[in-house]
Write a protein that binds this ligand. Structure first.
Ligand code: ZN
Ligand code: FE
Length: 258
């Protein structure tokens, strides 16, 4: 039975560790020591590393982990083909499939550019590791990509089964919900989500993983086909918006200045 454990790092990152009680794969280890501490405490052996994109808070701990555990060249380091990933051994792009050694998990790779130009996501066994592409009730900033690219990337994630668990890389949920309320003040699912997530944060628990179904119901960055979101985006832009990516761009721009 696989478990997915959030290791908190920096101010709001989660470094996810997938494990079966014996072997473990680290996802986006931006910092080595909290992951090593967790592996040591749980008596887990690192068998692989998955990276979604090149930002330091996602890959900054890769080399230190390999060196500290004396695993350089011994275990695979998966990462996007289009980006520079430290110690990467497997360069991946959409359509490729990985079978994680040790935990025997099969994951498919999706290209999800927008936050960065080569960002990838991993999907399998009803789990999605999406780095900084999709957040609970939000999405990543457009550092290297266009709104049209990000819309296309998010559209791929919208197609995943509703029960897919979404393992985002940051705890941004409550501030994202406050923005989502500004976009859709009458969204009842959003009100429920706010109460539920606020209670979790009050107990100092992660609000993650989310699910695709919950994101479809409450995340304004996935809701370009909801009349309320279209109206809010048009109100913000001061003109009629037709294409999905125009609606997305208006909401993204709004959030940047929220
Ligand atoms: Zn990032
Ligand atoms: Fe990040």
């Amino acid at each position: 039975m696989l478990q997915v454990h959030p290791v908190p790092a920096f101010s709001d990152n989660y470094l996810w560790v997938i494990h079966n009680g014996r072997n473990a794969v680290a996802v986006d280890p931006g910092d080595a020591s909290p992951v090593i501490d967790f592996l040591t405490a749980q008596n887990l052996t690192l068998s692989g590393i998955l990276c979604t994109h090149h930002h330091a808070d996602h890959v900054g701990g890769v080399e230190a982990m390999l060196d500290f555990l004396d695993l350089r060249g011994q275990i695979p380091v998966y990462g996007p083909a289009g980006e520079k990933i430290p110690a990467r051994t497997m360069a991946l792009k959409e359509g490729e499939r990985v079978v994680l050694p040790g935990v025997e998990l099969e994951l498919n790779v999706l290209d999800v550019p927008g936050h960065t130009a080569g960002h990838i996501a991993y999907v399998g066994q009803d789990m999605l590791f999406c780095g900084d592409t999709l957040f609970a009730c939000g999405c990543g900033r457009l550092f290297e990509g266009t709104a049209a690219q990000m819309t296309k990337s998010l559209a791929k994630l919208k197609e995943l089964p509703g029960h897919t668990r979404v393992y985002c890389a940051h705890e941004y949920t409550m501030s994202n919900i406050r923005f989502a309320e500004a976009v859709e003040p009458d969204n009842a699912d959003l009100k429920l989500r706010k109460a539920f997530c606020a209670a979790k944060r009050h107990r100092n628990q992660p609000t993650l993983p989310s699910t695709i179904a919950l994101e479809l119901a409450t995340n304004p960055f996935l809701r370009w086909d909801s009349p309320a979101v279209v109206a809010a985006a048009e109100g913000r832009a001061g003109r009629a918006l037709r294409a999905n990516h125009e609606i997305f761009a208006s909401i993204r721009e709004w959030k940047n200045n929220f």
